[in-house]
Design a binder for this molecule. Structure first.
Ligand code: F3S
Length: 643
């Protein structure tokens, strides 16, 4: 049986496991990337492992999220990351060099390589045929140390493209169309391969827009073939030697095939507050627009920006509309300046922002209250813009420009003829903001720069066979990672400061929890159904770890949070009989015995020492997870096993 592109890359990187759907597989990782919001913790974790230098082919630390430096905290984080990168063998991409995914695609990604990044849009690299996946900071730290990355072997979906996009219909509209077809859950457990004759009509930046938004489908990743278009892109970047051809076998088997005729697509728009809430732009025509934002890792390539400049040239945006443009990288901005396109953008009345994530993460340029904001970004969740009642729509750059010029949602096809846009055959290469690491000899002497915002990674202890601890907090159903560890711009600068964050742990449920947990030293939490739902935020496990939580016993868990708890060395356990939840009380002393045997048999006994009652608990750990818990955390396990 033939193989898909992803299966070929997996096969080349397989360390252990069977390539059958649903089995756990371990992959060798060639490249890693981090951004600053997740990077500080990843580097603290890496430091804890005690490995003198990264063991990947290439690792890069990007600064693109918290670039504002409105207090000392972000600046401290940047200095810490820069000193870590220099000492431990990573490239450091300075603030202003651009958004991680755009820069990585331009300068460092390679077809056929594996990449994990502590950012969910890492699959952007699939635009040049990488197997690129988003992961937790801890997974990235382990990969930097030479450890494997574990995933469940995904299903294979194929999107078969035919035809060619018409003027004013773009790769973004393809992304929105597949979200309309599959929904935000439609790609879960799958890798989406884009193929068919229509692929040859799409440039690398267009392909990267599509793989970037594959994240919104919940897919493990998305990937395009590496072909002559890829070769031309790499050659334009002066990296022709990085090219490698990659295609699926003719007899490759897919679990699902979806056909899209590019010629039949129309401009699409995702309505508030979900990327799959997609309709045709035409159906919303006339809706008043307050703000337009062009940029983000989805639509900030030179190709996108040149089209925007050409459409704005000689025109002025509506006085009632505020337009921001954030080029994706220093390369893009510099080339826009050199060819005069930047002047056309500025002359239209647009505000040009830094080459960074900016408005995408609510860092500046939030809409007015209740305002309608059209964005070329990938997410429009409620409140993400920084304005709680902002109405965010997701569109292509062309539809964004049409709205900025008319003041209302407008089908861009009505702008007339699409101006001719030519992307240069060679790009401007200037890697001066991509700082290489020190040599191993020089690195030995280097100190890590730690401002007061950089605190040590919380220590974890090996799980012993018996645990006696108070039930320090009992919560109800549907506790989210936001309940456990809230986010928000006031807390974001403290991602590397777990002691500070710990003051806010469960604050919305019980303000005195952090104090009680700290006083107890070791503790157990009890929860209802669906505990830990929401984001993959690892801080929702690391902060409880810091506060001494050793086990969480619930009626049921959300899947991703279970992995984060285990990685932090906290045992996730479930009541065999959910009614037993009602029989334990906050403040009771609890006891777990024969823990090791229970991990093997899948059943443990919990005794409520205060009431004298005993309850059966169930658990399901892989051999690897048992070893992680016994070691105390994933980091301790890696250090112990030398994995
Ligand atoms: Fe940055 Fe937004 Fe992409 S936060 S990495 S531009 S999704």
């Amino acid at each position: 049986m033939g193989l898909t592109i992803a299966q070929k890359i997996i096969k080349e990187h397989l360390i252990s496991g069977e390539m059958t759907v649903g089995s756990e597989i371990a992959l060798r990782i060639d490249q890693t990337l981090t951004q600053d919001a997740t990077g500080t913790m990843a580097y603290l974790e890496f430091e804890t492992m005690g490995i003198p230098r990264v063991r990947t082919e290439l690792s890069v630390a990007y600064i693109d999220h918290n670039t504002l430096q409105s207090g000392f905290e972000n600046a401290d984080d940047h200095r810490f990351i820069q000193s870590m990168a220099k000492k431990y063998g990573l490239y450091f991409s300075r603030p202003g060099n651009g958004i991680c995914h755009q820069v990585h695609l331009e300068r460092l990604g390679k077809p056929g390589k594996t990449l994990i990044g502590s950012d969910s849009h890492t699959p952007t690299g699939g635009g040049i045929g990488m197997l690129a996946m988003g992961a937790g900071g801890l997974d990235v730290a382990v990969a930097m140390g030479g450890g494997a990355y574990y995933i469940t072997m995904p299903k294979m979906y194929k999107v078969n493209l035919t035809g060619k996009l018409r003027d004013f219909v773009t790769a973004k509209d393809v992304s929105l169309e597949i979200l309309r077809i599959l929904s935000v859950k439609g790609g879960v457990g799958a890798i989406i391969e884009w193929g068919g004759p229509g692929v040859a009509t799409l440039s690398v930046p267009e392909r990267a827009t599509i793989t970037n938004m594959g994240t919104e489908l919940g897919a493990t990743t998305s990937i395009f073939p590496s072909d002559e278009v890829t070769r031309a892109f790499l050659e334009a970047e002066g990296r022709g030697e990085d090219y490698r051809e990659l295609a699926s076998d003719d007899d490759a088997v897919y679990d699902k095939v979806i056909d899209i005729d590019l010629s039949s697509l129309k401009p699409m728009i995702a309505c508030p507050h979900s990327p799959d809430n997609v309709v045709e732009v035409e159906s919303l025509k006339g809706t008043k627009v307050d703000q337009v934002c062009i940029g983000s890792c989805t639509n900030s390539s030179l190709f996108d920006m040149l089209k925007v400049a050409a459409l704005l040239k000689g025109k002025t945006i509506k006085p009632e509309v505020s337009l921001s443009i954030s080029p994706g990288s220093k390369q893009v901005l510099s080339m826009l300046a050199d060819c005069g396109a930047l002047s056309d953008i500025l002359a239209s009345g647009a505000r040009v922002l830094e080459c960074a994530c900016g408005p995408c993460i609510g860092m500046g340029f939030s809409p007015n209250s209740g305002g309608v904001s059209l964005r070329t970004f990938n997410r429009n969740f409620e409140g993400r813009s920084g304005t709680a009642d902002g109405q965010v729509y997701l569109v292509s750059p062309e539809t964004a420009v049409a709205a900025a010029l008319t003041g209302e949602i407008t089908d861009p096809c009505l702008l007339g003829t699409m101006p001719e846009v030519t992307v240069p055959e060679t790009f401007k290469i200037d890697d001066s903001a991509l700082i290489p690491p020190a040599s191993p000899e020089e690195a030995e002497e280097l100190a890590i720069l730690r401002g007061p915002n950089i605190k040590a990674f919380p220590d974890s202890k090996p799980q012993e066979d018996v645990l006696v601890a108070p039930l320090v907090l009992k919560v109800g159903d549907n506790i989210t990672t936001d309940h456990i560890m809230p986010a928000g711009s006031k807390i974001l600068p403290y991602r590397s400061n777990i002691p500070h964050l710990s003051q806010f742990c469960f604050a919305v449920c019980d303000e005195t929890f952090p104090e009680r947990a700290k006083a107890a030293g070791t503790s157990i939490i009890v929860g209802g159904n669906n505990y830990g739902q929401g984001s993959s935020r690892e801080h929702a496990a690391l902060v409880p770890l810091y506060l001494g939580v050793r086990a969480v016993v619930t009626k049921s868990f959300a899947r991703i949070h279970v992995a984060n708890l285990i990685n932090a060395g906290i045992m996730p356990l479930t009541f065999k009989n959910p009614d037993d939840y009602d029989k334990v009380n906050q403040g009771d002393q609890l006891k777990l015995t024969d823990i090791y045997a229970g991990m093997d048999s899948g059943e443990m006994t919990l005794t409520d020492v205060t009431t004298g009652e005993s309850f059966a608990l169930v658990c399901s750990f892989t051999d690897r997870q048992k070893e992680i818990l016994k070691a105390g955390s994933l980091l301790k396990y890696v250090a112990k096993e030398g994995k």
